[in-house]
Design a protein around this ligand. Structure first.
Ligand code: SF4
Length: 191
């Protein structure tokens, strides 16, 4: 897909959930990163969760992992441009993940970072009130303890990149998942 500002490429891989957990989940270490994040416990899409994450994952047999690589057309953009590049892709992908749940009956894993569904700074979680849109909000793979760096390298053959000296890297990568109990060939990603 092309827009005036960036291009995207999408990569998919399917593997058993048990294998995905063994290879890429390190709940203690990744959970430690979450606990040191200022967003910890401040959005209903972030940990800590009121359900058992291991049981939540193991309810499904097959994991479809999707990496979306976003490449700005201009090199060396300031880091402040990241949101403008990421947000429309998150909106597109999260819509598609929720459609997949309707179609296939599985569960999606969306993206870390601020929730898309209420104006910034208005999440109900800090006040303890219920989420306004639980039908849309899904945890990310990171929030469930997955280490996305090795996952992307091993499944798709490229590394995650980070900004340096206030500039965006060559590309940004979004990683999401769709866990389900259907034969792998019955679930088609055409986001
Ligand atoms: S939908 Fe609103 S209330 Fe729910 S997690 Fe997102 S920002 Fe918070």
């Amino acid at each position: 897909m092309n827009t005036p500002d960036y291009t995207t490429e999408e990569f998919t891989a399917t593997l058993p959930v048990s294998n995905c957990i063994t290879r890429y989940r390190d709940a203690e270490r990744i959970g430690g990163y979450c606990r040191s994040c200022p967003q910890y416990g401040r959005s209903w899409g972030c940990p800590p969760f009121d359900f058992d994450v291991t049981k939540y994952l193991e309810h499904y047999s097959t994991a479809l992992i999707v990496a979306t690589r976003i490449r700005p057309l201009k090199a060396g953009l300031p880091l402040s441009e990241a949101r403008a590049l990421i947000r429309p892709e998150r909106q597109r992908l999260e819509r598609h993940l929720l459609d997949m749940e309707q179609r296939y009956g599985g569960r999606s894993f969306a993206y870390a970072g601020s929730c898309l569904y209420c104006p910034e700074g208005t999440c109900t979680r800090p006040s303890g009130a219920a989420c306004r849109h639980p039908e849309w909000v899904r945890p990310s793979l990171e929030a469930c303890g997955f280490d996305l760096g090795p996952m992307v390298e091993e499944l798709f053959g490229f590394g995650l990149q980070w900004g340096r000296e206030g500039r965006l890297p060559e590309y940004l990568t979004l990683v999401c998942g769709f866990f389900h109990n259907l034969p792998a060939n019955k679930v088609v990603w055409n986001g």
